[in-house]
Design a protein around this ligand. Structure first.
Ligand code: HAM
Length: 436
């Protein structure tokens, strides 16, 4: 059996996050929030509507949708048996399968095609490295029920418009058409024939894969195998008229929208549900894990999951990779700083400070109320460190006079008194001066 002693069993062991699963600490979480707000707004602006699916699905869903012979299904899924219900379950490794399952289950296409988006964590038991994690976040968009190359173009053009909104450049587009299942079968047979005819030049690895996964042989790093691969028949020459027309339609729309691309005849993607269009957006600034977004068309998936046949196309982008690029770009947004930090010292001043902070928050200001005691001097250090624009000081003096002292923190300026009765208006004026 595969059972090994659990690493964290020792009572004294210092607990750490699971390998490949990240904490996002507050400073970076601010960047994530800004990123998520922008991306979600962008998806809605393009007419996509949110859908939320569970993180856990029946294992069968992914086996059927993604394909038995893929890396994900063969070795990367977090699967287990739920003995209570006798169910085989899996943490979702991607969102397309769940999204199509939900569309079938709730008959979402009954009144016509739908544009949907989702976001959230995905789980793959990969070898962690920079840009590759075991828990990672995706945003996905799926256009369900549209057969033409127009939505393929829409999905690609919308990404092209997002990158500059995120302040990113240098993300390039690779495009391919992998045709229909029948066209791929034809090509595959020819490919195997070609590899067999040159078997003497293949290494053991390539010979082993020759039947099971001939396309993989084309990715070999061995120069002798590469020589054979270079002369292998190309899938593109096996595409029929309909597939070619679809691809031409897409390329025309991309050209009209001014979106540049390179055709990569080797681009096949790692999931089995694709047909016709496949594409990837790649940044060279991320090292080995440079694909920030991938997608394509999956016209067979509805029927494969037991639904009425329907077209589908979509993409998903890796949030960690995009956030890393934004961070490196130097235009990362920062967390909103508090407008005020409220200090207090003396009999009855805490209650007073509470009511001051409360009134300002009700007026929409982010306010931090000092907690934990200490003298004015140490409280002022905390106020400075908080990044607040204004320190509001409440001592016994201020309490007696029904006033508050206000001091700008981020530029030179006199301390002034504000009347408690006109707190909101006078604080707004003080804040304006402190920020200008
Ligand atoms: P995918 O290519 O497997 O496609 O993943 C999409 C993106 O998720 C990748 O380009 C990458 O940015 C990010 N990603 C994948 N695995 C990891 C990982 N281990 N760590 C960090 N980021 C990762 C799909 O998932 C399809 N569902 C896309 C799709 C939607 N096709 C049609 N509709």
């Amino acid at each position: 059996s595969r059972s090994r002693p659990c690493k964290v069993d020792a009572v004294s062991a210092k607990l750490q996050a699971v390998r490949g699963m990240n904490d996002v600490l507050p400073e970076e979480a601010a960047l994530w929030r800004a990123f998520q707000a922008l991306v979600e707004d962008w998806l809605e602006r393009w007419g996509y509507r949110a859908i939320r699916m569970p993180l856990v699905e029946n294992t069968t869903l992914f086996r059927r949708a993604i394909g038995e012979a893929t890396d994900i299904v063969e070795k990367e899924m977090y699967s287990w048996r739920d003995e209570l219900n006798a169910e085989e379950l899996t943490l979702r490794p991607e969102g397309t399968a769940s999204c199509v399952r939900a569309a079938i289950e709730h008959n979402l296409l009954y009144d016509g095609p739908k544009r949907l988006w989702y976001g959230g964590p995905m789980y793959r038991h990969e070898r962690p490295q920079r840009g590759r994690y075991r828990e990672f976040y995706q945003y996905g968009a799926e256009a369900l029920g549209y057969a033409g190359p127009d939505v393929d173009a829409e999905l690609i053009v919308m990404c092209a418009r997002l990158w500059p909104e995120l302040g990113l450049n240098g993300i390039r587009l690779e495009l391919n058409s992998i045709g229909s299942a029948a066209e791929r079968a034809l090509h595959r047979a020819e490919l195997i024939r070609h590899l067999q005819a040159n078997e003497a030049q293949l290494d053991a690895d390539a010979r082993r894969r020759l039947q099971s996964n001939p396309l993989r042989v084309l990715d070999s790093k061995n120069p002798a195998v590469q020589e054979v691969a270079a002369k292998a028949p190309l899938l593109a020459s096996y595409l029929g008229e309909a597939s070619r027309a679809h691809f031409d339609g897409l390329k025309k729309l991309l050209a009209a929208a001014g979106v540049e691309f390179t055709i990569n005849p080797r681009l096949v993607r790692g999931l089995d549900y694709y047909n016709l269009t496949v594409f990837e957006w790649i940044s060279d600034a991320l090292g080995a894990q440079g694909t920030v977004c991938g997608g394509g068309r999956y016209d067979g998936l509805f029927a494969q999951l037991g639904g009425k046949p329907a077209s589908g196309a979509g993409f998903a982008m890796g949030c960690e990779r995009l956030v890393a690029l934004i961070k490196d770009s130097g235009n990362a947004p920062v967390a909103r700083q508090p407008d005020a930090y409220v200090l207090h010292q003396g009999e009855g001043t805490l209650e007073y400070a509470f009511s001051v902070a409360d009134a300002l928050r009700a007026a929409g200001h982010p306010v931090v109320l000092h907690a934990g005691g200490g003298g004015f001097k140490s409280q002022m250090k905390k106020a400075d460190a908080s990044g607040a624009w204004v320190a509001l000081i409440v001592g016994e003096d201020e309490l007696r006079a029904n006033q508050i002292s206000a001091k700008p923190l981020r530029k030179a300026g006199e301390q002034q008194r504000i009347g408690r009765g006109r707190l909101v208006a006078e604080f707004a004026a003080t804040l304006n001066r402190a920020r200008s």
